[in-house]
Design a protein around this ligand. Structure first.
Ligand code: 4NP
Length: 152
């Protein structure tokens, strides 16, 4: 059975596209890509249609992780379409829970709750001047996505 997972952050140009790309990369490596639908979205609509931030694209390239997604805003239907919706921080979780329809089927989870190193909040590197924070964000997403897949 296909399972559907959606990664959500504020703008869908930094954290959630990295998590989306990492998850797709991991299931490809595991040979289970055909068992998953993977997507990402933003709470806000400011960057709809845009590619990820150039620093996010650079970090993914450095790790040979492909990504061709474009930003979109979360929609009500997502809560019935996806099995899992992962937020990157507590604000995302609060916004998701507030926006979720009463009959939402999706499990709304904090991605960092799966991090074996216990870093619960995925680093938000958008306002950084450089790209070091993007590497931190990448490593957190990698650890958490791996651990999520391993515990299923
Ligand atoms: P993201 O980062 O939520 O990780 O994609 C941000 C991107 C844009 C904005 C904030 C955070 N913004 O305010 O435009």
């Amino acid at each position: 059975m296909v399972q559907k997972v959606l990664f959500v952050c504020l703008g869908n140009i930094c954290r959630s596209p990295i998590a989306d790309a990492v998850f797709q990369h991991l299931v490809k490596e595991m040979g289970t890509a055909d068992e998953w639908v993977v997507d990402s979205a933003g709470i806000g609509g400011w960057h709809v249609g845009n590619s990820p931030d150039h620093r996010a694209r650079k970090i993914l390239r450095n790790h040979n992780v492909e990504y061709d997604g474009k930003a979109r805003q979360i929609e009500k239907e997502d809560f019935n379409n996806f099995d899992y919706i992962f937020g990157m921080d507590e604000d995302n979780i609060a916004d998701l829970k507030q926006y979720a329809p009463a009959d939402s089927k999706a499990k709304i989870l904090l991605l960092g709750d799966f991090d074996p190193e216990g870093k619960r909040i995925i680093r938000d590197p958008y306002y950084d001047s450089g790209s070091d924070g993007f590497e931190v964000c990448y490593q957190q997403c990698m650890r958490s996505c791996k651990a999520f897949l391993e515990q299923l």
